[in-house]
Design a protein around this ligand. Structure first.
Ligand code: AHR
Length: 492
């Protein structure tokens, strides 16, 4: 049994955990948008809210989804927003990540923004740089946001929305180093400057997200635009974890390998923030890091990267989501909370059916992956003030880090702590401090790190209530099975 002692430092608040750090990503890719979310284009008995799957929307509301990025991904740099408004919508080639599908554009701007409204999610729209133009994107911003009675505003009203949508977050392309146009960093930086300048004229209140990549690209982008940094509000980086071996039959080493990669996400965020901070110098302008795609991408679902010889044909971007992936999520979220002063938004990729999805569907059935429950366990941290957690004593895992880790936060007089036992096969007894009394305690555990939910066994892994015992004044103790996590909320 691992013995761990944790100390929550309520006296050293880190910063606010923005709801935007709990964002999601819906791309027109595989069965994410069409089929997973939207059924408005087909004849079906599956209940919907105006075309969006009722069961999925209800589950997502309870997850929750504070922010949602759309329509890509790689799809964004082929997307022409006018195709998705009005009555007669063209059928186009739906292009993303090597797929070519029939795309009837029935899920367009109005539908997506209606979904955001239902979910209580802030919309984040990704514009088209690769095959678009600054004018096309300016028109999209004007269509969505202007209150001046222009022809575009009248068209928006005729399509059902007399009031502006007020979309704040706009991405200027996506992965423009690759699928978004194969730019080099300097050329994209110049292009970005042109787009951002023109977009700001249309709506000075929008927040723009510039596309980053690796350290080298990021440095070159920032150097090129060093005199125009106020044109950037967020800088996008993506991090997929790809070194964990097979989705299900991974070894113990591969289990830990994936966790190391998840932990390293924080280093990437910190490094990118340092690059920007150095360039900003004494300026008061803020540029946040936008980790607008993150999560596990298993080799079964890709034809590139380590172990991809085991990929399934055809590639549908669907993969199994195990308890291991969920422990990796908890590790990443600990880092997000620690970096909440520089990380301005984050989007798990993707929301339904694709890659690291919390929700899966098959025909009429829907089930929740362990990651769904992990995100729900983190609800008390959303919008709260992050608190550091010191590890006084623990057992190390192969990375050298502690087997037991935690994140804590406080809001409205309550303190929440989420504790994760990352160990592959050992239980942990954890002692920690917290003022007040236990308001709620929930645990997410499974009989194996390879455990998954599926259409046949939708409830194999789910969060349940459990208990924390008092262990001295202001001290508490919980027992955590291997590869599990728990959130305890204290009040009073
Ligand atoms: O999430 C799948 C793809 O991964 C996105 O379309 C792209 O941005 C990234 O390469």
């Amino acid at each position: 049994m691992i013995e761990t002692t944790l100390t929550v430092r309520a006296d050293s608040p880190i910063g606010t955990i923005s709801p935007r750090l709990y964002g999601h990503f819906a791309e027109h890719l595989g069965r994410c948008c069409y089929d997973g979310l939207w059924l408005g284009h087909m004849d079906t008995d599956i209940p919907t809210y105006g075309g969006f799957r009722k069961d999925v929307v209800d589950a997502l509301k309870a997850m929750p989804v504070p922010m949602l990025r759309w329509p890509g991904g790689c799809y964004a740099d082929h997307y022409h927003w006018r195709d998705g408004i009005g009555k007669d919508r063209p059928v186009r080639l739906g292009l993303s990540c090597g797929l070519q599908v029939e795309d009837d554009n029935s899920l367009g701007t109005h539908e997506f923004l209606a979904l955001c409204k239902m979910l209580g999610a802030e919309p984040y729209l990704a514009g088209n740089v690769g095959s678009g133009s600054p004018q096309e994107m300016c028109d999209w911003v004007e269509y969505c946001n202007t209150s001046v009675r222009t022809t575009l505003a009248r068209e928006r009203a005729a399509n059902g929305s007399p009031s502006p949508f007020g979309v704040t977050l706009w991405g200027v392309g996506n992965e423009n180093w690759g699928c978004g146009g194969s730019y080099d960093a300097v050329t994209y930086a110049n292009e970005y400057r042109r787009y951002a300048t023109m977009l700001r004229h249309v709506d000075p209140s929008i927040q723009l997200v510039a596309g980053g990549h690796d350290d080298n690209w990021n440095q070159r982008f920032i150097d090129t635009n060093s005199r125009h940094l106020t044109l950037m509000d967020h800088f996008s980086i993506h991090r997929y974890w790809i070194h964990g071996g097979p989705e299900l039959n991974f070894t113990e080493n591969q289990y830990y390998g994936l966790l190391t990669e998840a932990d390293d996400t924080e280093n990437f965020v910190r490094r990118t923030a340092d690059t920007i901070r150095e360039k900003l110098g004494t300026s008061t302008h803020k540029i946040g890091i936008a980790l607008d795609e993150w999560g596990v991408w298993h080799p079964e679902a890709r034809a590139w990267g380590p172990d991809n010889e085991i990929h399934r044909e055809p590639i549908t971007y669907e993969q199994a989501g195990t308890m291991r992936d969920t422990i990796a999520v908890a590790a990443a979220l600990e880092g997000f909370h620690r970096q909440c002063n520089v990380l301005s938004l984050a989007n798990l990729a993707q929301i339904v059916n694709v890659l690291h999805a919390p929700v899966m569907t098959e025909g009429e059935s829907m089930w929740l992956t362990p990651t769904y429950y992990a995100l729900q366990l983190h609800i008390p941290h959303i919008g709260a003030t992050a608190l550091p957690v010191e590890i006084a004593q623990s057992t190390a895992i192969p990375s050298g880090g502690s087997a037991v880790t935690a994140t804590a936060s406080t809001q409205n007089g309550e303190t929440a702590i989420t504790i994760t036992n990352r160990h592959f096969d050992q239980e942990a007894s954890v002692r920690f401090n917290a003022a007040g009394s236990v308001k709620s305690a929930r645990i997410l555990a499974a009989d194996s790190p390879r455990a998954v939910n599926s259409v046949e066994t939708p409830d194999r892994v789910k969060a349940v209530d459990f208990s924390a015992s008092a262990d001295g004044a202001g001290q508490w103790r919980i027992e955590l099975p291997p590869h599990s996590m728990a959130t305890i909320v204290f009040a009073g």
